[in-house]
Design a protein around this ligand. Structure first.
Ligand code: NAD
Length: 244
C-alpha cells in the first residue's frame, strides 16, 4: 500500500518504520517545513494518508485529504470540538475518515471494560468515580483524548454522572466526573478509573510501555481504510474480536 505521512514527529517516524516492516511504501512525508510546497497531485499518489500532527492543523489536513479523495487515518488529539464539522465535510465529499483517540488494541479493550464496569456500578451509588491520566511533559492537550473517551463511556452508562471536568483540586458539583491530568517525564500513557466508597476501592488501569502499540494500530487502520469511504473508528476495526 502507498502511504502519505502527514506529521513526522514521534508517531510519524514510528508509523513509517512499522508500515515499511509490513511491506508498505511511504510515498510522501509532510511536516511543518514542507507543508506549503506539497501538492494535491503528490498526495494523490498515496492510497491512504496517516495523520499525526498538532490540533491546530489536523482539521485542515483532513479536509485536504477529503478534497483530494484520499482516505485519512488520524490520531491527533485536542481538536474534537470540531468533530461534527469534520464528519459533515467527509460525508459531503464522500471521503474516508478513520479516527481514534487511542489506537492501542489494549486501550480499546480497556474502553469496553470501562463501559461494562460503569453499567455494573450504576447499581452501587456509594462508589464515587474518578479518572486519572499521566503522560509525558510534551503533550499539548489535557486531559488526554483517551481520558475523555473513558469519561464519555462512563457518562453514557452510569446515570449518576452527566458531564466531566478537568480536576484541579476544587470541589465539583454532584454529577460531574473529575478527570485529573498529570504530566511527568517521558511517560507514554497511563489511564486509571477508580470507584471509591468509604470501605474500599475498585480500580481498572491501562499502562502503555511505549508508543509502538499506537503506531501499529494506526497502520492496521490504514490497511482497513484502503479504498473505503465513510467514517470509522476502532470499534469497526476490532468488532470481530471485541465481543462480550
Ligand atoms: P510530535 O510533537 O512528536 O509531532 C508532531 C508533528 O506534527 C511534528 O513533528 C510536525 O512534523 C507535525 N506538524 C506540526 N505542524 C505541522 C503542519 N503545519 N503541517 C504538517 N505537520 C505539522 O507529536 P506525536 O507524539 O507524534 O503526536 C502527534 C499527535 O498524535 C498528538 O496530538 C498526540 O496527542 C497524538 N497521539 C495520538 C495517539 C493515538 O493513539 N491516537 C497516540 C500518540 C499520540
Amino acid at each position: 500500500m502507498r502511504i502519505a505521512l502527514l506529521g513526522y514527529g514521534k508517531m510519524g517516524k514510528m508509523i513509517e518504520r512499522i508500515a515499511e516492516g509490513r511491506g508498505h511504501e511511504v510515498v510522501l512525508v509532510v511536516d511543518e517545513n514542507n507543508r506549503a510546497d506539497c501538492t494535491v497531485a503528490q498526495l494523490q499518489k498515496a492510497e491512504v494518508a496517516i495523520e499525526f500532527t498538532v490540533p491546530a492543523v489536523a482539521v485542515d489536513d483532513y479536509k485536504w485529504c477529503m478534497d483530494a479523495g484520499v482516505p485519512v487515518v488520524s490520531g491527533t488529539t485536542g481538536w474534537l470540538e470540531r468533530w461534527q464539522e469534520v464528519v459533515d465535510y467527509c460525508r459531503e465529499r464522500n471521503g474516508g475518515f478513520f479516527y481514534a483517540s487511542n489506537f492501542s488494541v489494549g486501550v480499546n479493550i480497556f474502553f469496553r471494560l470501562n463501559k461494562y464496569l460503569a453499567k455494573m456500578m450504576d447499581n452501587f451509588r456509594n462508589y464515587k468515580i474518578f479518572i486519572e491520566e499521566t503522560h509525558h511533559i510534551h503533550k499539548l492537550d489535557a486531559p488526554s483524548g483517551t481520558a475523555i473517551t473513558l469519561a464519555e463511556g462512563i457518562i453514557k452508562n452510569h446515570s449518576a454522572y452527566h458531564s466531566w471536568k478537568l480536576y484541579q483540586g476544587e470541589e465539583l458539583d454532584e454529577g460531574v466526573l473529575p478527570v485529573e491530568a498529570k504530566r511527568i517525564g517521558e511517560v507514554p500513557g497511563i489511564h486509571g478509573v477508580t470507584y471509591k466508597s468509604g470501605m474500599d476501592e475498585i480500580e481498572i488501569r491501562h499502562s502503555a510501555f511505549s508508543r509502538e502499540g499506537f503506531a501499529q494500530g494506526a497502520v492496521l487502520a490504514a490497511e482497513f481504510m484502503a479504498g473505503k469511504r465513510g467514517v470509522y473508528g476502532m470499534d469497526d476495526l476490532l468488532s470481530d474480536k471485541l465481543r462480550f
